[in-house]
Design a binder for this molecule. Structure first.
Ligand SMILES: *Cc1c(COP(=O)(O)O)cnc(C)c1O
Length: 391
């Protein structure tokens, strides 16, 4: 089969034979084994209190994340997607408004914009970082543009000084989609503190993941924090007294209690992810793979937290199948950019509109990077890539 034909079969949604993967892509059971007692105690404590909606655990987590991100306010909510929606609603963004983001991201980055009635205006990515390319932002700003929504994809901050300077020049807001990047830093500053608001997700596979859904918004702006607190409880300041049209989007106390336990380990887990990333680079060098694949880049002054370790390779689908046969798990984030998805067809985009996002969709491959990954497992993954190269 030609490479082009192989690629088509796989892009058409081919699923591989049931895996006999030697190890998982993300081992949350290994993580739980290390914190089992602490988590069970926190859950028991919350169950005994029977305080499930907001309350002390949620408030304590909010304070702790505010400290971690150097923000004056943190507001827990039901998911990362809701965090984005709440941030947009707090800015009164809706019908007739435009918000700039990239099509190479998880669906919620643009879906949230559309969900509040505004128009997602896509801009291509920088192929080096996978993040929004600031140079082109100016060209798509119109009188209807209300915000820029950069995504810190895979755990690497977007180029926030450039983005903030453009936003300030036009008097528009910056909403950071920091769902994949808790703990990441840019020029010494924490993501979530760089824009007008920062949106985080506690989905289980994120670097700080709960036992289900959860999210949080950070901000330095007291008025916005106040609005976010109202919006997440139906717009009510007092019971049955509604000031705003809000929603039901609270972070569960049980989730907050578990997240507080896990937050105590986050720094160490992030260090593990960063160490594993370095080890991949060393192994790529040892196996002479540096010309065959491209490792993720970290510009000077950035701290990458590797929610994903995403390489680029030409024969991505063939390599992925080969690795799968060797029991090496991989994932593709993201195979099809958002401008080519049916849900966004109404925006009228066509293939070729965002070439870097489309090329990335065909070439990216995420390798296991979770903190508990062993050197042996990484070595077996890289050796299997080298075998493919030798074939
Ligand atoms: C996970 C994620 C979200 C949404 O978070 P949920 O908690 O799953 O709703 C938003 N944006 C990006 C980039 C994400 O990775």
């Amino acid at each position: 089969m030609t490479n082009a034909a192989k690629m088509q079969t796989s892009s058409a949604g081919q699923t591989f034979q049931p895996a006999r993967a030697a190890f998982p892509f993300l081992d949350l059971k290994a993580q739980f084994a290390g914190i089992r007692q602490e988590v069970l105690e926190a859950v028991t404590h919350t169950l005994e209190s029977q305080h499930f909606i907001l309350g002390p655990e949620v408030e304590a987590l909010e304070k702790e994340v505010a400290v971690l991100t150097s923000c004056s306010h943190a507001i827990g909510c039901a998911s990362g997607s809701d965090a984005l929606i709440l941030a947009l609603l707090a800015l009164e963004i809706g019908r007739g408004d435009e918000v700039i983001t990239t099509p190479f991201t998880f669906v919620a980055s643009a879906g949230s914009i559309a969900r509040v009635g505004a128009k997602p205006v896509f801009l291509d990515i920088d192929p080096e970082t996978f993040n929004i390319s600031p140079r082109a932002i100016e060209k798509v700003i119109t009188s209807r543009t209300k915000a820029i929504l950069p995504v810190h994809l895979f755990g690497l901050s977007a180029d926030m000084d450039e983005i903030n300077a453009i936003a300030a020049g036009h008097g528009i807001a910056v909403i950071e989609d920091a769902a994949q990047a808790i703990g990441a830093r840019y020029e010494g500053r924490a993501v979530g503190s760089l824009g007008t608001m920062g949106c985080f997700s506690f989905f289980p596979s994120k670097n700080l993941g709960g036992a289900g859904d959860g999210g949080l918004v950070t901000t330095q702006n007291a008025a916005l924090a106040e609005r976010l607190r109202l919006l997440r409880v139906h717009g009510a300041r007092k019971k049955y007294d509604y000031e705003l049209l809000g929603m039901n989007s609270r972070l569960d106390a049980l989730q907050a209690a578990i997240l507080r336990v896990k937050l105590r380990h986050l720094e160490q887990w992030t260090a593990g992810r960063r160490r594993n990333a370095e080890r991949y680079r060393e192994l790529f060098h040892e196996f002479r793979l540096e010309s065959m694949l491209k490792s993720p880049v970290t510009p000077r002054g950035y701290v990458h937290v590797y929610n994903q370790f995403t390489i680029r390779v030409r024969e991505r689908d063939a390599l992925r199948e080969h690795l799968h046969r060797r029991g090496i798990p991989t994932e593709i984030y993201y195979p099809k950019p958002l401008h080519l998805q049916k849900a966004f067809a109404y925006l009228g985009h066509k293939p070729g509109d965002f070439p870097e996002s489309e090329a990335a969709g065909l070439e990216v491959l995420s390798l296991p990077i979770f903190p508990e990954l062993t050197e042996q497992q990484q070595r077996s993954a890289v050796a299997a890539i080298a075998d493919f190269e030798a074939e």
